[in-house]
Every structure is written in C-alpha cells, then in structure tokens.
Design a protein around this ligand. Structure first.
Ligand code: CP
Length: 300
C-alpha cells in the first residue's frame, strides 16, 4: 500500500492504489490462509445497531487474523441502560487499548471527532445512513472477482438510494474507481448526486447495467405516512424473473442484505446463476480480514 491506513470511516483518504492493493490482499487471503498474528491483540466490535453479516464476518475476520474479537452488544445489558452515552462508551473502550474498534452506530454519533480524540484505529461498520465502506468494498471485490475488472462497468442501484448507507459509500467509491453508477426508484428515494444517472424505469436501467444492486426497503428510516406502498414498489422496482430478462446474461445481481423477500427481490432470484448475494457475504470475511490486518500494520 502506498501509505498506511489509520482508520476507515469513509473513502476520503484512501487512494485507488490502496483499494487495488486491498483487493489483491483479500484475494490472497481467500486463496490461501496467512498465519494468524498471535500477538495477544484484541479488537472491540461495538455494535449500537442490529447486524448479522457485518458483525459475524468481522468476528470471523478477526479470528482468522489471530486477533481476539470482543463483542460489545449495544442491545444487551450494558451501562447504556444506565444512561451512558454512546460517545462515552466508545471513549471507555478506547481507554482499554484495543488494537482497533469496529463501530456500528447511528448518524448522530460523530465518528470523525471520536477518531480525532482517541489513539485507536476505527473501522466504520455501518454509520446510520452516512456510509458503510466495508460493504461497498466487499460488493466491488465480488464484482471484480466475477467480471475481472471494475473500470467502466455500469452498476445500477435500485430502490431506496437516498436512505442507504451502502449507496452513499458506493457514490463515494465509484468516483475513485471509474465506475458508472445509475439509479432508479420512487421519487423521493433518489440521490440528488450529479455523479449518478437516473433511469426513468427499471427496464431501461437493467438494459444499461453490468451489475444490478437491489437495496433493502428501509422501513425503519421512513417517517410514518411517507412510505411508498409496498405493492407499488414491488410492481415497479422489484427484481423478479420477468424484470430480470432485461439484464444481460453476464450481468450480476447483488443485494447487501438483509432482504425483504417479495418486495425488492423475489426469493426465486436467489437461485438465478447471476445472483451473487451469498458470494458477497463469503467475500466479506476476506475483505474485512484484509482491512483488519492492514490497519494493524501488516503489508499485503
Ligand atoms: N449488509 C449488512 O450490513 O448487513 P447486516 O446489517 O446484517 O450487518
């Protein structure tokens, strides 16, 4: 890597060369185990919002790297119940000198301030609707593995782009990697971003795309009454055997999970040979292992 990563909150300070090096490292970890570090290091996984894939794959990644993962589950009995703030909780975790902190938190937490205040590397594991950089990296690692390259590829993001931290990270990353992003979805769900082309219909977007990524309809991030009807959404933007006839045979179908079956994606699509949903999850372990090892000072 050109220069060492100190934390990973977003893609502002990571170069294209560093991303390519990270992908090569993840590929080598996927092909062949690297020795565990065995330095008695520990990483605290602090999850203040629910997670299955990110949390477990970071636990797997830490185990593979020989770094003890210690889980702080913000939903369980902790001093949060006594009124301790998330920020104070994180400062106290950092005071225990873990090798790094992996944090999933709501938007209100200022992770940039926390990184400035503590001497411990921080990895953003999903930050409200702001960003989810490790998910975007594992998505693109999967695309690169399947299509051999990323530059010039057309990726269509379907659905709730505006509220999606995954989409926000892709908007940031696409600029660095010369990827063309398109979006389609209900009015009010679309990103105002100039860097993303908006398609008036799913069919037009699918005809253009090398990759389609369906996003989860995030019911919990919508104010009551502002929801697009689920039936209308499914009929207009749902990925199913009929709509996906417009996607090329070599196209890829992604979804970051969790899936609302029968809304943004019909269950039958999970067995479409173009679907990479579980491959994304598989690859997430190696991409996160590479990130952990790099942040702890290893060279790919
Ligand atoms: N894609 C993703 O972040 O899934 P989890 O919320 O289960 O971690």
């Amino acid at each position: 890597m050109a220069s060492r990563l100190s934390s990973l909150l977003d893609f502002k300070t990571i170069s294209q060369a560093q991303i390519e090096s990270l992908f090569l490292f993840a590929e080598s970890l996927r092909q062949k185990n690297r020795s565990p570090r065995g330095n008695g290091e520990a990483i605290i996984l602090a999850f203040f919002e629910p997670s299955t894939r990110t949390r477990l794959s970071f636990e797997m990644a830490c185990q593979r790297a020989g770094v003890g993962p210690i889980l702080f589950d913000g939903g369980m009995k902790t001093s949060l119940e006594k009124g301790e703030t998330i920020e104070d909780s994180i400062l106290n975790m950092a005071a225990m000198s873990p090798a790094a902190l992996v944090i999933r938190s709501p938007d209100q937490v200022d992770l940039h301030k926390i990184v400035a205040d503590i001497p411990v590397p921080v990895i953003n594991a999903g930050w409200g609707s702001k960003g989810h950089p490790t998910q975007a990296l594992l998505d693109l690692f999967t695309v690169k593995s399947k299509l051999n390259s990323l530059a010039g590829k057309n990726i269509l993001i379907v659905g709730d782009v505006k509220h999606s931290r995954v989409a926000n990270s892709h908007l940031e990353l696409a600029k660095k990697l010369e990827i063309h992003l398109g979006q389609c979805g209900p009015q009010g769900f679309l990103a105002p971003e100039e860097a993303i082309h908006t398609f008036p219909s799913l069919q037009e977007g699918l005809r253009w795309a090398d990759v389609v990524m369906a996003l989860r309809f995030q019911f919990e991030r919508h104010e009551a009454g502002a929801q697009f009807s689920k039936i209308e959404y499914k009929n207009e933007f749902g990925l199913n055997a009929i709509s996906l006839k417009s996607l090329k045979k070599t196209g890829l179908i992604l979804h970051p999970g969790p899936i609302n079956h029968g809304i943004e994606l019909e269950t039958e699509i999970l067995s479409d040979p173009r679907c990479c949903v579980l491959e994304q999850v598989h690859n997430g372990v190696f991409v996160r292992e590479a990130i952990v090892r790099i942040l702890l000072g290893e060279t790919p």
